[in-house]
Design a binder for this molecule. Structure first.
Ligand SMILES: [Zn+2]
Ligand SMILES: [Zn+2]
Length: 235
């Protein structure tokens, strides 16, 4: 089966994302684009995962609960969970393990938590765009059995595993990597032949509605949370 995806979307909780990245707008846009599955992956927090999940369930769209964690090495890693509960639990853990710096809204933007009706229920005060105290290896260790961890936008010059560490370390459950939307796989692999052993996904990293992926990239698996995560885990 081919399931069309975009597994890297920011909601209005991410300071850098537009305020109209609300649960309903994201789900409606994903459906308009003809996607079968999406993931919301805010920076270091899962506070909007539940609302998006509720909206999507009503409308028949599969949502993978996710977070984009920034490791101690300033590497962005997409963490995908088998359940909303596990994702929220992880979000609480990382929140206790990151510096408490007040968000300056005028510089970074607001960090809005919403319910399933797009009502603002909270504004997160501490900046989410920071590196957590967890190393890359610790994040992958935590994800064992809980879901899949995927290094984000590995082609980029910053916040990427290749740019920051210089190579991809040998980690048992690191089976899939993400390249940015618009980056050609073949060109990327020519430049990084060492990446041929990984599965490669390409998501939008959308911070605005229009940037959410078209029905272009697919995973060869069944349309279920379990199946998507298992594929990302290399099964
Ligand atoms: Zn990122
Ligand atoms: Zn991102």
């Amino acid at each position: 089966m081919r399931i069309y995806y975009d597994l890297h979307i920011h909601t209005c909780l991410s300071p850098c994302a537009s305020d109209d990245m609300t649960p309903n707008n994201i789900v409606n846009m994903a459906l308009l684009k003809g996607l079968d599955v999406i993931a919301v992956t805010d920076h270091n927090s899962a506070l909007n995962v539940e609302a998006v999940h509720k909206v999507a369930r009503k409308k028949g769209l599969l949502v993978v609960p996710g977070i984009e964690v920034e490791t101690k090495e300033e590497v962005h890693v997409l963490c995908y969970f088998y359940s909303v509960e596990e994702c929220v639990k992880f979000s609480e853990i990382i929140n206790k393990n990151m510096p408490k710096i007040k968000n300056t809204k005028t510089i970074f933007g607001s960090q809005l938590v919403m319910d399933e009706n797009d009502n603002i229920v909270e504004e997160v005060e501490n900046l989410l765009l920071v590196s957590t105290n967890f190393t890359l290896k610790e994040i992958f260790l935590y994800m064992e059995g809980r879901g899949a961890a995927v290094p984000a936008h590995v082609d980029r010059g910053s916040y990427s595993i290749i740019a920051n560490l210089g190579f991809i370390p040998n980690i048992e459950n690191l089976k899939t990597i993400e390249i940015s939307k618009g980056v050609d796989r073949r060109t990327f692999l020519k430049e990084h032949p060492e990446c041929q052993k990984y599965r490669i996904i390409s998501s939008s990293d959308a911070h605005s509605l229009g940037y959410i992926s078209e029905r272009e990239q697919f995973l060869p698996c069944e349309l279920s949370l379990k199946s998507v995560i298992e594929w990302l885990c290399g099964y």
